[in-house]
Design a protein. Structure first.
Length: 319
């Protein structure tokens, strides 16, 4: 006698059909989303590696964002240092020109213009506050407004600076923290001292900072007195040191710029590698996903056909 079907066989076929439906649903979701699974549960074997890789991507992207902010700041500092270097050069050339021509014509106007340039640079600000104020970003780092104010300041004029000594530091990768901040007194005390010395001389007062001139003090005249000549010649070496100092500061800033740019390139590479690792775990191959969907649909159709045939078959077919 041939057995047509049993209850257990029917249940097995129904379960096979349900499994096929689930495979179709999973395959369809993978095709639609491009992901192996929607949750870590579906990737339980790789969950730890995936979570670690995503955390690494997030950390690297934060470092890259920090580097981008610092890059903008360093580019701003480069422009500012260039302005200070040019101002120091203008001051040196004005003093040398007065000595060479034995004339004070234009000297005072140039010196005052240099002061205004230096003041403008040191009191410059961005959306976060004053650039050269240290951590006191809400307070202007220079508390005077005119060249003549230097004549009543301390010698050297340390009291005109209100910044603190805390310089900005930013972590640019896992292993390096870069100090990029600059503070006004460290950067510009020397040039403010030179400007003060000239202001005092013009005011008829002998400066007390080195090198102390013999005097009597000015103001400088045309033609220059011997005392004026000696005083201005004594300033030239200090002014040359100023220009050199700003040039060196700009060089250090340039090295920081290169470090940040190189770090950004390394971070981009590391981020790409980490994202590839994440993709290999959670992303599906599109062609493979479509193939799996077609196979799952075929298996489901086969299950429907088998169940349909069994449901239509009775003992009458064999009698």
């Amino acid at each position: 006698m041939t057995r047509v079907s049993t209850y257990q066989q029917s249940q097995t076929l129904i379960q096979h059909m349900l499994n096929s439906q689930k495979h179709v649903t999973d395959a369809q979701r993978q095709v639609n989303t491009g992901k192996v699974a929607d949750t870590y549960q579906g990737l339980y074997q790789e969950a730890t590696s995936l979570a670690g890789a995503k955390s690494l991507v997030s950390t690297l992207e934060q470092h890259k964002e920090n580097a981008g902010v610092i890059l903008t700041n360093l580019q701003t500092y480069d422009q500012m240092l260039g302005s200070l270097e040019n101002a120091a050069t203008d001051l040196k050339e004005a003093v040398m020109g007065a000595v060479n021509s034995s004339s004070s014509l234009g000297l005072e106007a140039t010196v005052e213009g240099v002061f205004n340039t230096v003041l403008g640079v040191l009191n410059s600000a961005d959306t976060e506050g004053y650039l050269f104020a240290g951590s006191k970003r809400s307070v202007a780092p220079i508390n005077i407004t005119s060249w003549s104010d230097l004549t009543t300041a301390l010698e050297p004029p340390t009291d005109i600076f209100t910044n603190d000594t805390l310089k900005r530091q930013v972590r640019i990768d896992e292993n390096r923290v870069l100090e990029t901040g600059m503070v006004a007194d460290e950067l510009a005390l020397d040039i403010m001292t030179s400007l003060q010395r000239i202001a005092l001389w013009q005011n008829g007062t002998l400066p007390t900072t080195a090198p102390v001139p013999t005097g009597p003090a000015g103001p400088v005249t045309s033609p220059l007195r011997q005392e004026d000549q000696d005083f201005l010649i004594g300033e030239i070496q200090q002014l040359e040191n100023l220009v050199r100092g700003f040039n060196e500061a700009r060089g250090v800033n340039g090295l920081n710029l290169k470090t940040v740019i190189d770090t950004q390139e390394q971070l981009d590479l590391q981020i790409d590698q980490a994202k590839i690792f994440v993709s290999n775990i959670e992303d599906v191959d599109a062609a493979e996903a479509i193939t799996n969907l077609n196979q799952a649909n075929f298996a489901l159709e086969s299950s429907y056909n088998v169940l349909s045939q069994i449901n239509r078959t009775s003992l009458l077919n064999f009698l």
